[in-house]
Design a protein around this ligand. Structure first.
Ligand code: 5GP
Ligand code: ZN
Length: 113
């Protein structure tokens, strides 16, 4: 989708601080980090949110979880701990309508609101 900011990042049209990339998945640092480690992991294909995920996407979603686990290790927060979350829809606080998982770590995170 040409008007989707994360599709444009995936296409290289908008620069990002990439930390991981393969054929299907991209990970880059959040532009407004809420923690010392704040990385966004996205599918390169445009899926709006978890609501948009269908059975053929199951392998992709599983692969994204493994990428998140490996990034936590790369960033040195596996032992200290981290949080993975995906905001979905208005009540979930989703601002960018392209599926993404936040990886947060490097400080003690507060309770979920
Ligand atoms: P959401 O609220 O949709 O779960 O999170 C969207 C996240 O994307 C926010 O944390 C925001 O800082 C981040 N973000 C929005 N635009 C950009 C951008 O152009 N580049 C990067 N790296 N992050 C962005
Ligand atoms: Zn998109």
């Amino acid at each position: 989708m040409s008007d989707c900011i994360f599709c444009r990042i995936a296409a290289g049209e908008i620069p990002s601080d990439k930390v991981y990339e393969d054929n299907d998945i991209l990970a880059f640092r959040d532009i407004n980090p809420k923690a010392p480690v704040h990385i966004l992991v996205i599918p390169k294909q445009h899926l709006v949110s978890l609501n948009d995920v269908a059975s053929p996407d199951e392998a992709l979603l599983g692969r994204m979880m493994v990428v998140l686990r490996d990034l936590a290790a790369d960033q040195g927060v596996s032992e200290t701990g981290y949080r993975v979350l995906s905001n979905c829809g208005p009540d979930g606080g989703q601002e960018v309508d392209h599926l993404h998982f936040h990886l947060l770590g490097g400080r003690k995170l507060g309770p979920l609101g």
